[in-house]
Ligand binder design. Sequence first.
Ligand SMILES: [Fe+2]
Length: 141
Amino acid sequence: MSIKWTSELITGIDFIDRQHKAFVTIMYRLLEAMKNGEGKEELPNTLRFMEFHAIKALKAEEEFMEKIGYPGADFHFTQHKHFHEELAALKDMYSQNGYTVSLPLTFQRKMGDWLHHHVAKTDVILGDYVSSNKKIMEEIS
Ligand SMILES: [Fe+2]
């Protein structure tokens, strides 16, 4: 799955869209590095970003859902939990085997899946809920 910013990823919730753009940027940087034969140097940066920023972003989303009493929160949280597990598995692979050519490819594939299966669907549904709820829109604007 390709990793690029497209309109299908837009949730309409500013802070979430900004976080997703940063996610796409960092994954694109890894892709470019791989093309230039610099994947080995870039991968630790990508993992660091995921560990700090992406995890923080998921937490911020979860707090937001709790704050607005989002009815789809449980299902959404389950997918976030799965992301944590995928990321932990990738980090384990890296710490056990070090850099392998297949690792950034696996990483790209899993993060691409995340964008297309979670961001473009579950996060967009959250965005639709927010934009159709006038009271929430007033609170967050
Ligand atoms: Fe999410």
